[in-house]
Design a protein around this ligand. Structure first.
Ligand SMILES: NC(=O)c1ccc[n+]([C@@H]2O[C@H](COP(=O)([O-])OP(=O)(O)OC[C@H]3O[C@@H](n4cnc5c(N)ncnc54)[C@H](OP(=O)(O)O)[C@@H]3O)[C@@H](O)[C@H]2O)c1
Length: 242
């Protein structure tokens, strides 16, 4: 199995690379600002006997998407698993969200996955069991009181995923994983009080770990998920379940 994980340098993406490598996948680890961290993750996968290498590009730009797709095509002629995990959440109240901020958020979180899927589709069609997983967010379902642009972008992935699930069947399954609050750099801006408040509102009583999201991504990427397509797996400690 050959997999590409975008945003594999850190957080949920890095945990996913490790989990897929443990499941026997060769993994292309995508990074943008942290290629050294991605190289460390790829080295861990290689230490498990897997083929693993880093591909770098800004997925918020057309050029970056092209560079990443070219990089994968240069190494492999077939791709089995495509995990769209790269993303960023710039918090802002609605009146302060400029068109430029809206566009930047959509470029990374929607245009990037859309274009990369389109570019890599011919490679994925060569797979006997293609798997595409989009990492959305619980905020696509609940909305966000300080990130309307981010919640909207993550919600767009739901429509994209459901559409592709129809269009690419049979042959390629397409699903979403929607994490709740997960302990990564995305939460680094939390004050201790904000973190406590977050934990208080989560039925599980704690913030989730990247590895717990990686488990869901790994399942949807596996042969075991052959009849699962067009749906969302929620990983949020009970914050929201529909
Ligand atoms: N943590 C949470 O609570 C949470 C909740 C719901 C959804 N999510 C989603 O989960 C995914 C992973 O986030 P995380 O929590 O693991 O955050 P993270 O630790 O900040 O990792 C974000 C990843 O995205 C990559 N990235 C950021 N900007 C990029 C760009 N312009 N081009 C290409 N790659 C870019 C980063 O690569 P570099 O570091 O190499 O630049 C990094 O690997 C995101 O889609 C996020 O929206 C997270």
């Amino acid at each position: 199995m050959r997999a590409l994980v975008t945003g594999g340098s850190r957080g949920i993406g890095a945990a996913t690379v490790r989990r897929l490598a443990r499941a026997g996948a060769d993994v292309a680890v995508h990074a943008f600002r942290h290629p050294d961290e991605a190289e460390t993750v790829a080295a861990e996968a290689r230490s498990l006997g897997r083929e693993s290498w880093v591909v770098r590009g800004d997925l918020a730009s057309d050029e970056g998407v092209r560079v990443v797709a070219d990089g994968v095509r240069a190494k492999w002629d077939r791709l089995d698993v495509l995990v769209h995990n790269a993303g960023a959440y710039d918090r802002a109240m609605f009146p302060a969200i400029t068109d430029a901020a809206l566009l930047a958020t959509f470029r990374l979180n929607v245009f990037g996955p859309f274009a990369l899927t389109r570019d890599l589709l011919p490679m994925m069609r060569r797979s006997a069991a293609g798997r595409i997983v989009f990492v959305s967010s619980v905020l696509a379902y609940t909305g966000s009181s300080n990130g309307a642009h981010y919640a909207s972008a993550k919600a767009a992935l739901l429509g994209l995923s459901k559409s592709l699930a129809k269009e690419l069947a049979p042959g390629i399954t397409v699903n979403v994983v929607a994490p709740g609050s997960i302990d990564t750099a995305i939460l680094a801006g939390d004050t201790p009080a904000r973190r406590k408040e977050r934990e208080r509102t989560i039925p599980a009583g704690r913030i989730g770990m990247p590895e717990e999201v990686a488990e869901a991504i790994a399942f949807l990427s596996s042969p075991a998920a052959s009849y699962v397509t067009g749906t969302t797996v929620h990983v949020n400690g009970g914050s929201r379940s529909d």
